[in-house]
Ligand binder design. Structure first.
Ligand code: UD1
Length: 424
């Protein structure tokens, strides 16, 4: 298994191109199931999760080709002319929870689908009850059997009023896709407002869907009989943007992040400012700057968009480990999302976890150590910590990183970090 070696202490200087968002690309790919025409996605990131969604779609009978074209980033051409299966097996869904996003489109297009329940996952229970309740409200019958959700709506889905008891990104996406082909109007109340929902909605509109209220918590969808093909550019990855912004904060220096914009990390910028890091918009994206002084501690609480993203919690904690002062970090979205803490402790951090809150007492300097990646966001926080640490850090199990960060070590080494991949 590949590992990543980092020697800490180098300031960063230069520019990094931000890739298309993984969390937008995955639902966008699932949306290809809604039409028999070709959906082309450009600016798609080259990541193992995205390749995996391609394989899942191929298994359902979708023609799916990935290519890299100049200026387009990665390009997917997806054509679900004939579906040969409406089943997603446990082996597939257990590897990537976002696989569950094929349920809504399959149900809407084919009238039935059988998708494995995702089951437990390293960062909490993550059930799918909200997805299933929304489909039931739209007239589907759902049976849970042998670990599968078997959904059918033989006479088609009907528009409904759906009020989510709390915000779920995936349930909003699944419902939005299904409602696009339902008969009548669907109202989604307490919808997620994440930019990836807006991106999916814009693509669906380009495919002929009638959707209003994107970006708000009240979305209406007037179902249409059929959707057609479209070409859509995947929005920039706000988690990658925030991660590299925190990299500049943790290592010091100045980097320009291109192909992205400040609105995507609006909740992060004031926290970086409190940690003595300046973020300024540029024509091409933003610059992030911190001089050599120690970052200052700031408290943070994760929340659905526009709040501070849970997917940046681990990275922000890495920054706080060397801050001047004590920071309290509260995780409100997922239980058990502090798996990076024991690894950061191995690097000399001073962190105490109680319930959903981690108290981080900043230390002068971290020390490099061998550490182990446990999940996607946790693993990148260890790389960031390695940038700030004295000596060498080796991060093992980096396949977690490859799920969500495109060429991470190349991008960081191009701005002066001493980092390399050690091939297995
Ligand atoms: C998406 C993102 C993930 C991010 C998360 C929160 C993708 C592919 N993944 O995950 O990176 O961390 O949003 O921003 O976009 N829940 C239920 N029942 C449900 C659905 C969710 O109880 O039916 C709970 C989950 O266990 C979790 C919370 O709701 O505690 C939020 O989950 P959700 O917003 O659905 O996250 P995902 O869509 O899985």
């Amino acid at each position: 298994m590949d590992r990543i070696r980092i020697s800490g202490g180098r300031r960063l200087k230069g520019e990094i191109a931000i890739s298309g968002a993984k969390n937008a690309a995955l639902p966008l790919m699932a949306a290809a199931l809604l039409t028999d025409e070709t959906l082309t996605l450009v600016n798609a990131p080259n990541l193992s999760d995205v390749a995996f969604m391609g394989d899942l779609l191929r298994g359902l009978g979708v023609g799916a080709t990935y290519s890299r074209a100049n200026g387009d980033g990665g390009r997917w051409d997806l054509r679900a002319a004939d579906l040969k299966s409406t089943t997603a097996d446990y082996d597939v869904v257990r590897k990537m929870r976002a696989s569950f996003l094929v349920l809504g489109p399959l149900l809407a297009r084919a009238g039935h689908a059988k998708v494995s329940l995702p089951g437990g996952c390293a960062i909490g229970a993550r059930p799918v009850d909200l997805h299933l309740k929304a489909f039931e409200a739209m007239g589907a019958s759902i049976e849970l059997s042998d670990g599968y959700a078997i959904a059918s709506a033989n006479r088609g889905l009907k528009g409904a009023r759906i009020e989510f008891p709390f915000v779920s990104v995936g349930a909003t996406e699944n419902t939005l896709m299904a409602a696009s082909l339902a008969s009548g109007q669907t109202v989604i109340e307490n919808a997620a407002r994440e930019p990836e929902i807006g991106d999916l909605g814009r693509c669906l509109i380009a495919m002929g869907a009638r959707i209003a209220g994107l970006g708000t918590s009240y979305i209406t969808v007037d179902g249409v009989d059929r959707l057609h093909g479209a070409r859509h550019a995947v929005l920039p990855d706000r988690i990658e943007t925030g991660t590299f912004a925190i990299a500049a904060a943790i290592a010091g220096g100045e980097i320009e992040l291109t192909g992205t914009h400040c609105d995507l990390i609006e909740s992060v910028i004031p926290l970086l400012a409190r940690a003595d890091t300046t973020v300024k918009p540029t024509n091409r994206g933003m610059t992030v700057y911190r001089n050599g002084s120690r970052p200052i501690a700031a408290d943070v609480e994760t929340a659905p968009f526009p709040g501070f993203p849970t997917d940046l919690q681990a990275q922000f904690m890495a920054l706080m480990t060397t801050a001047d002062g004590t920071s309290r970090i509260r995780e409100t979205i997922f239980e058990n999302r502090f798996m990076h803490v024991p690894e950061l402790l191995r690097m000399g951090a001073d962190i105490h976890v109680q319930g959903d809150t981690a108290t981080v007492n900043g230390v002068e300097r971290l020390k490099g150590a061998p550490v182990m990646a446990t999940d996607l966001r946790a693993s990148v926080s260890l790389v960031l910590a390695g940038l700030a640490a004295e000596g060498e850090t080796i991060v093992s199990r980096v396949y977690h990183l490859d799920r969500g960060f495109e060429r991470l070590e190349e991008k960081l080494s191009a701005v002066g970090a001493d980092i390399e991949r050690l091939k297995a």
